[in-house]
Ligand binder design. Structure first.
Ligand code: NAD
Length: 260
C-alpha cells in the first residue's frame, strides 16, 4: 500500500478516468473524496470502494461553481481528516470545425477545464497554506496539451492552458510545499471518447473504424489505446513520488503518440 493514510480528492470522479484514479488511490490505502457534478455517479463509485474495504465519500462538485469547489475542498479535508492530493480531472469534449463552433460551446469547454482547474487550485492552495503543510495538485491534461487535432479547438486550447496553470502553481506553491504535475493521456476508451467516434466519422466523412485506426491511434507506435489502469497507475506513482524534484512537469502516457 503506497498511499496509506493519505487523503485525496478527485473531480469528475463519477466516471471514466476519475473513477479509475479514485479506485486506484483507494486500493493503495488512501481515503478518497469522489466528487462530480453527477452526485449519483460519485455515490456509486464511493459505495464500490467501501464495499471493497476502502474509505471513500461522495461530494457534489460542479467544478465551474466557485461555491461548490470551495465547500467541497473544505468538506473533503474535514471528513477525510487530511487532504494531500487534489486531482483536477473533470472534463468534456466538443467536436466541431472552428467555423461552426458556437461561442457557448467554446465557453462551456474552457470553463469546465480552466475555470475548474483554477478554482480547485486556489481552494487547495488556500487550504494547504492555512494548514501549514504542502500538497500535490494533479491535472488531467492530454496529448492535446502538446499537440493539436482538427475539430477540437476549445479542448486543445483548454488542455494547453492547463499546462500554464500547473506551471504557475508550481512556482507560486513551492514556498508552501505545493507541487503540481500534469498527466497527459492518449486516447482511453471512456464515454468521452466513445461519444466522439461517430461525431468525428460524420464530420470527417470516414468510417468509425477509420476514426479509431487513423485519427485516434494513427500516431501511436503500436496502434493501442491507453487504458484506465495505465492512467490510474501513473496517478498513483506521481502521488507516491516523495520530493519536489518532480513539479511543474507533464507526463505523456500515450503509446508513443507525441514523444515529449
Ligand atoms: P468521462 O466523460 O468518462 O468522465 C468525465 C466525468 O466528468 C463525468 O463523471 C462527468 O459527470 C464529470 N463532469 C463533467 N462536467 C463536470 C463539471 N462541470 N463538474 C464536475 N464534474 C463534471 O471522461 P474521461 O474520458 O474520463 O475524461 C476525464 C478527463 O480526462 C477529462 O479532463 C478529459 O479531457 C481527460 N482525458 C481523457 C482522455 C480519453 O481518451 N478519455 C484522454 C486525455 C485526457
Amino acid at each position: 500500500m503506497r498511499l496509506s493514510g493519505r487523503g485525496m480528492l478527485v473531480t469528475g470522479g463519477g466516471g471514466g478516468l476519475g473513477r479509475a484514479m479514485a479506485e486506484g488511490f483507494a486500493r493503495e490505502g488512501a481515503a478518497v473524496a469522489v466528487t462530480d457534478v453527477n452526485l449519483d455517479a460519485a455515490r456509486a463509485v464511493a459505495r464500490g470502494v467501501e464495499e471493497r474495504g476502502g474509505r471513500a465519500l461522495a461530494l457534489l462538485m460542479d467544478v465551474t461553481s466557485e461555491e461548490q469547489v470551495e465547500r467541497g475542498v473544505a468538506d473533503a479535508a474535514r471528513s477525510l481528516g487530511r487532504l494531500d492530493v487534489a486531482v483536477s480531472n473533470a472534463g468534456v469534449q466538443h467536436i466541431a470545425p472552428i467555423t461552426e463552433f458556437a461561442l457557448s460551446d467554446w465557453r462551456r469547454v474552457l470553463s469546465i477545464h480552466l475555470d475548474g482547474g483554477f478554482l480547485l487550485t486556489r481552494a487547495a492552495m488556500r487550504h494547504w497554506q492555512a494548514a501549514g503543510k504542502g500538497g500535490l495538485l494533479l491535472y488531467m491534461g492530454s496529448v492535446h496539451s502538446v499537440e493539436a487535432s482538427p475539430l477540437k479547438s476549445a479542448y486543445v486550447a483548454a488542455k494547453h492552458g492547463l499546462l500554464g496553470l500547473a506551471r504557475a502553481a508550481a512556482k507560486e506553491g513551492a514556498k508552501i510545499g505545493v507541487r503540481t504535475n500534469v498527466i497527459c493521456p492518449g486516447f482511453v476508451r471512456t464515454p468521452l471518447v466513445d461519444k466522439q467516434i461517430p461525431e468525428q466519422a460524420k464530420t470527417l466523412g470516414i468510417s468509425e473504424e477509420e476514426v479509431v485506426k487513423r485519427v485516434m491511434l494513427g500516431g501511436t507506435v503500436d496502434g493501442e489505446f491507453t487504458t484506465l489502469e495505465d492512467i490510474a497507475q501513473l496517478a498513483i506513482d506521481l502521488a507516491a513520488f516523495p520530493s519536489a524534484a518532480l513539479t511543474g512537469q507533464l507526463m505523456v502516457a500515450s503509446h508513443g503518440w507525441h514523444m515529449h
